[in-house]
Design a protein around this ligand. Structure first.
Ligand code: CTP
Ligand code: MG
Length: 159
């Protein structure tokens, strides 16, 4: 999961300005994604997650290919974008909480892309035991990382 665990906080580091939704509203009159999802964040996050995965790959061969590393890294932020889309449709303002999904969107996004584009590797690599471990550990890591980002003034809120 490392590429996805790096790409999400990596996006925050960008302090990006160019919104992926280009500032546009959806049919419901709310922003499509909101100003918290930027191209800079997507690019920097994906790159940092990818680099982290490549370093691990050189020592372990765990990911099998650079494409799989990309799927995990980009997929984490894909999940984050889907989460913001859902939050806006539910009327939750940018920066406000959506419990559980705020923590697990990166898991679902990265697994989804791996399942669609690299199914054999995904099913070989993630058994039930690993999957459940990831689902339990991720919210804990997420909480710790967000408190740290808040204290470092990288984020305005500790979630
Ligand atoms: N960020 C970004 N680009 C992304 C993802 C995140 O620039 N693709 C940056 C934004 O500055 C964002 C911050 O990281 O405000 C925190 O990310 P997150 O908590 O995921 O977004 P929110 O601002 O809380 O927005 P939302 O309510 O849509 O989740
Ligand atoms: Mg947030």
């Amino acid at each position: 999961m490392l590429p996805a665990y790096i790409s999400s906080p990596g996006a925050v580091l960008s302090r990006g300005k160019m919104p992926i939704d280009l500032g546009k509203n959806f049919f419901d009159g709310r922003r499509i994604l909101g100003r918290g999802k930027t191209f800079e964040g997507l690019a920097l996050g994906t790159l940092l997650g990818f680099i982290a995965g490549v370093i691990v790959e050189l020592y372990s061969g765990l990911y099998g290919s650079y494409f799989n590393i990309f799927l995990l890294s980009f997929g984490g932020l894909f999940g984050d974008i889907c989460n913001s889309f859902l939050k806006r449709r539910l009327g939750i303002e940018q920066g406000k909480k959506l419990p559980v999904l705020d923590q697990l969107n990166l898991v679902f996004g990265s697994w989804f892309l791996c399942f669609v584009f690299s199914r054999d590797w995904f099913l070989e690599s993630f058994n039930w035991y690993i999957a459940i471990t990831v689902l339990v550990m991720t919210p804990l890591l997420h909480r710790a990382a967000n408190i740290a980002a808040y204290k470092l003034r990288l984020k305005d809120v500790p979630w």
